[in-house]
Design a protein around this ligand. Structure first.
Ligand code: ADP
Ligand code: ADP
Length: 226
């Protein structure tokens, strides 16, 4: 469904990702592991059209994303949810969610249905639907960012470090929700430093070292490599 072949990204003359080969099948939860600075976010930026490849290619359903704008890529069904995808702090929770539906110009009934799905997944967002986004806790803001991304009904969701800054119990809840999103039909590509919890829901993993993929395999194989 989503494939990177020899993908290479440079920032100036520094190469942040080199020759990455990644294959994501429909229904997968693929996790990218690796230390800070290993190249995970850069890979996500390349898939979302925020940085260009210097060589290699990225295919989504057989179609190259090269040269496509980020909003075009969202329309194709790839949505990124990262720290740098900011919420609108002075809008309510529900208004933030509604913003996520606009790319597809869906009708009111469809938007209502998507909203209900998000509220079912994250009941706390329903309780807080009229509150300002800035008044939410870190974990709740993370849920809101994911909920907003879901409002466009993505085929593939890229989640960059969803557990960052969350308390251990909240992390567990977050990963349960990610599993649920996957069960509901969204393919997931996840970047995490927390290998243990990420591999517990993953179908496949890639370990980055200094911009290159050092190891790949099924979660069980990666655990035994640790
Ligand atoms: P990760 O997500 O695994 O922490 P990144 O993809 O963010 O890694 O970063 C990979 C490397 O690229 C790091 O060495 C980082 O400092 C560098 N880098 C990231 N963004 C930029 C940028 N905008 N300009 C220059 N270097 C960058
Ligand atoms: P992450 O690991 O999630 O990518 P970072 O802290 O590496 O987060 O990056 C945060 C922001 O700083 C990003 O927008 C990234 O592009 C930028 N950045 C990271 N490293 C560098 C760098 N060496 N030079 C310039 N910008 C950078």
């Amino acid at each position: 469904m989503l494939e990177l072949r020899g993908a290479t990204v440079n920032y100036g003359n520094f190469s942040a990702v080199q020759q990455a080969d990644i294959s994501v099948e429909e229904g997968d939860i693929v996790v990218l592991l690796g230390a800070n600075g290993a190249g995970k976010s850069t890979t996500f930026r390349a898939i979302s059209g925020l940085v260009r490849l210097v060589s290699g290619e990225i295919l989504f359903k057989g179609d190259s994303i090269d040269g496509k704008s980020p909003d075009k890529i969202v329309q194709m069904g790839i949505v990124q949810c990262a720290e740098d995808r900011k919420l609108f702090p002075q809008m309510s929770v529900e208004q933030n969610l509604m913003m996520g539906a606009y790319v597809h110009r869906k009708n009111k009934k469809q938007i209502r249905k998507s909203l209900e799905e998000v509220y079912e997944l994250f009941p706390i967002l329903y309780d807080k639907r009229t509150n300002f986004a800035h008044s939410l806790s870190g974990g709740q803001q993370q849920m809101l960012a994911i909920g907003r991304a879901l409002m466009s009904k993505p085929k593939v969701m890229l989640l960059d470090e969803p557990s960052t800054g969350l308390a251990p119990l909240v992390v567990e809840q977050m990963f349960k929700s990610i599993q649920q999103i996957n069960n509901n039909g969204t393919t997931i590509l996840l970047a995490e430093q927390n290998a243990k919890v990420a591999l517990s829901i993953a179908t496949k993993g890639y370990v980055y070292e200094n911009g290159s993929i050092a190891v790949e395999g099924k979660p069980k194989e990666l655990f035994s490599n640790e």
